[in-house]
Design a protein around this ligand. Sequence first.
Ligand code: NAD
Length: 254
Amino acid sequence: MGVFVVTGSASGIGAATTALLRTEGHDVVGVDLQNAEVTADLSTRAGRSNAVAVLPQRLDGAVMCAGLVGLTDRPAALLASVNYFGAVEVLESLRPRFADPSAAVVISSNSVTIQPGWDPDLLEACLSGDEAHAREVAGRHDSPTAYPATKAALARWVRRNAPAWAADGIRLNAIAPGLIETPLSQEVRADPHLAPLMESLPLPLGRGGTAEEIAALLAFLLGPSGRFFSGSVVLCDGGTEALLRPDDWPARWG
Ligand code: NAD
C-alpha cells in the first residue's frame, strides 16, 4: 500500500479523498490549517516549507486540494498564494521524494473555461513563479474574478511540467470539477453578490457533484488504473461546460 499526501484534507474534496485512500489501505498524511496530521498555512512560504519539512521522505502520490474560492470580501492576493503557490511550491519541493512510479494531482476548476473575462496576466504572473508579482496582479481584481485565473495557472503548470515529471516516473495531472457540494460552495451561496450567479449555473445532470464523486476520480488517477494519464486536465462537471461551449473543444491545431 502507498504513502500519500493530501492538502486541504480537513474538509470537502480533500477529506473525502483522504477517507477513500485510507479505505483502500493507504497511509495518508493530511495537511490543513487545522484538524490534520500536519497543521500548516499554505498561503505563506514559511508555512509551505514547515509542512514539507515534516512530510514523508518517500511518496507514492499527492493531491493538492487546499484552495480558496473567490468571495466578495476575500482578497484576491490570498487566492494566488493558496491556490497556485500553495500547490505548486509544495509539489516542486516534494518532487525528489516521489517514487517511480507515482502520481500527483492538482485541483483546477471548470470556472477556467466557463467564467468569461479572467485576466491572462494573472495566469502568466503565477507561472513566472514570482509570488509577490502574482499577488500584485491578483490585487487588481476582486477574488471571484481572480479565482479562475489561479486555477488556469495550475492546469497550465501541469501541462508544461507533466512531460519532464513523466520521465522520472511521476504522472502529473489536473482535474477540473464543476459545482461540488462542499463547504466551499456553501461559502459562495452565503455571499449575497455571488449566490444568484451560482443559482443560474446550468447543471445538465440536475445537481452539483459530491466530494465522494471527485474523490473517486482522484483515487483513479492516483492508482494503477490511471497509469496512462499524464498531463491531462480531466473535466468532471456534470455536463455544464458541454452545455455552454459544445463546439469549442476539441479544438483544431493550427
Ligand atoms: P473546502 O473549503 O471544503 O476545503 C478546502 C480546504 O482547504 C479546507 O479544509 C481549508 O482549510 C483548506 N485550506 C484553505 N486555505 C488553506 C491554507 N492557507 N493552508 C492550508 N489549507 C488551506 O473546499 P472543496 O470544495 O473541498 O475544495 C477543494 C479544492 O477543489 C479547492 O482547491 C477548490 O478550489 C477546488 N474546487 C472546488 C469546487 C467546488 O465546487 N467545491 C469546484 C472546483 C474546484
